[in-house]
Design a protein around this ligand. Structure first.
Ligand SMILES: NC(=O)c1ccc[n+]([C@@H]2O[C@H](COP(=O)([O-])OP(=O)(O)OC[C@H]3O[C@@H](n4cnc5c(N)ncnc54)[C@H](O)[C@@H]3O)[C@@H](O)[C@H]2O)c1
Length: 468
């Protein structure tokens, strides 16, 4: 990845026009959010660093909730000013801190509501160093040109490994044997304990996790079949089946890896348990709503299902403690009373490796967005990317124009850009918000400033950034 720091305008060009130069695109050629003061970021700095217009030390980053070291290192290596706090902040302190920063990194505890974001006058991007993004008002952020990134797939391997462990544990009734030993009972049995070699694993949902699992299971000697709404390339000797019913009728172990959608709610219920092989096993490490738990309890009591592992539940507590009770889910006690049932507290993706991978993925996305304007992986803006500018293109500028998706915008924008040579351009929209990126060659800093001001004056404008 070539960072925008490497783009250096010609020294003679810059020296002549130093008074117009910004020290960074966020300080000068970067529009304030519509809720901020226009002056804070549009007045050129007189003490500009002439030979380094993109001064990364101007970018202020606030990292909360003990964001992983790997992610912190990436942001520091960019030269950004990084402030790191181990905990989240109460709302009043958060508002105080967020006023100043261009980038904020959080995990699941920090709530970035519209009330908080309204105060974030300089903010251009939010990094959620986790899977979920419901702690952020995504709509408000999009409408104010603030991109949001997360890391949905960094923990796929961790989930797949947990499922492999659970398949063996269920086949050998390890949970029960361990519990018995903990209470002093020696119970050496082989009845209905199996090797997993030669058994069939049925994967429901062959995405990031399902596909990883497919490879691991085959290497343990299992046959793999899968069901997915998409036609997908099977890995190894795995085989796609056409219906869920076909999968249930053939698999010794059924494991769910589908997203939470209206169509996947209760996807495994009474009818599906009836279609499963007698003495088969069920694993759910996807989302709690996918399996109808009262139906599972019945299927296990009747012996149809010989064992199950659940990592996710329809209602999950917000924190650690004594909360997995009937108040949370009415069937809690019935579930806990079952034999050969492994219950884990949504830890499928909770490993050191996954945390580190999340740190790297989100920090890299933030860096690319700040330096290059690339929105690939953004959860609230259209995904737009252009190939990087290089040091061989010293007088190029990259225009990022986040705007309202209203008729006639592109005509007006292209009238402004049309005075220059537009090397490449891409635009896309997502709901009411659109994102345009264009690389323009042979522009000097006066022209960049004019471009910036012309784009800022359009009534469609949400945020303009010019990277050069
Ligand atoms: N337990 C954990 O800690 C943990 C960690 C990460 C992810 N997850 C969950 O695991 C699930 C899978 O994650 P992923 O990263 O593999 O997702 P993914 O989006 O990569 O894959 C999901 C797959 O399910 C398929 N699918 C969608 N609807 C379907 C349907 N009705 N029937 C059959 N297939 C369907 C999709 O086509 C896709 O191939 C998600 O629910 C995710 O939230 C849990």
């Amino acid at each position: 990845m070539t960072s925008a720091r490497d783009i250096r305008p010609r020294a003679d060009d810059l020296a002549a026009q130093a008074q117009y130069l910004s020290t960074s695109p966020s300080a000068s050629f970067h529009s304030p959010s519509s809720h901020g003061s226009a002056l804070t970021r549009t007045v050129p700095l007189v003490n500009a660093k002439h030979l380094k217009p993109f001064a990364t030390e101007d970018i202020k980053v606030l990292l909360l909730e003990n964001v992983n070291q790997a992610g912190r290192d990436i942001l520091k290596q960019q030269g950004y000013q990084v402030e790191f706090l181990k905990s989240s902040l109460p709302e009043d302190q958060l508002i105080e801190k967020i006023r100043d920063v261009h980038v904020i990194g959080i995990r699941s505890k920090t709530k970035l509501s519209a009330r908080v974001l309204k105060e974030a006058k300089n903010l251009i991007v939010i990094g959620c160093f986790c899977i979920g993004t419901n702690q952020v008002d995504l709509q408000y952020a999009a409408e104010h040109g603030i991109a949001v990134f997360n890391s949905p797939f960094s923990n796929s391997r961790s989930v797949a490994e947990l499922v492999i462990g659970e398949i063996i544990c269920l086949a050998r009734q390890l949970g029960d044997r361990s519990n018995e030993m903990h209470s002093g009972t020696w119970n050496k049995v082989s009845n209905k304990c199996w090797e997993i070699r030669g058994k069939t694993l049925g994967i429901v949902g062959y995405g990031h996790i399902g596909a990883q699992l497919s490879v691991l299971a085959e290497s343990m000697g299992m046959s793999v079949i899968f069901y997915d709404v998409l036609n997908l390339m099977a890995l190894g000797t795995a085989r796609q089946v056409n219906t869920l019913e076909a999968l249930l009728g053939e698999a010794d172990f059924v494991t769910c890896h589908v997203p939470e959608l209206p169509e996947t709610k209760g996807m495994i219920g009474q009818k599906q348990f009836e279609q499963m092989k007698p003495g088969s096993y069920l694993i759910n490490a996807s989302r709690g709503t996918v399996v109808d738990i009262p139906a599972l309890i019945e299927a296990m009591r009747s012996g149809k299902v010989a064992g199950a592992a659940l990592d996710v539940y329809p209602n999950e507590p917000a924190g650690n403690g004594d909360y997995f009770n009937n108040e949370l889910n009415t069937w809690g006690a019935d579930l806990r009373s079952l034999k050969n049932l492994i219950l884990t507290p949504h830890i499928g993706g909770s490993t050191e490796e996954a945390q580190s991978a999340i740190g790297v993925e989100v920090a890299t996305a933030l860096t690319r967005y700040v330096n290059e304007g690339t929105t690939l992986g953004a959860v609230n803006l259209p995904e737009v990317a252009l190939r990087s500018l290089t040091i061989d293109e010293p007088s190029h500028a990259r225009v990022v124009y986040i705007h309202k998706n209203i008729p006639g915008v592109l005509r007006k924008v292209n009238e402004i850009l049309g005075d220059h040579n537009v090397d490449k351009q891409m635009t896309d929209s997502r709901g009411d918000v659109a994102y345009l990126m264009a690389d323009i060659s042979d522009v000097n800093s006066t022209q960049i400033k004019e471009l910036y001001q012309s784009l800022e004056s359009l009534n469609s404008r949400i945020m303009t950034r010019i990277l050069y």
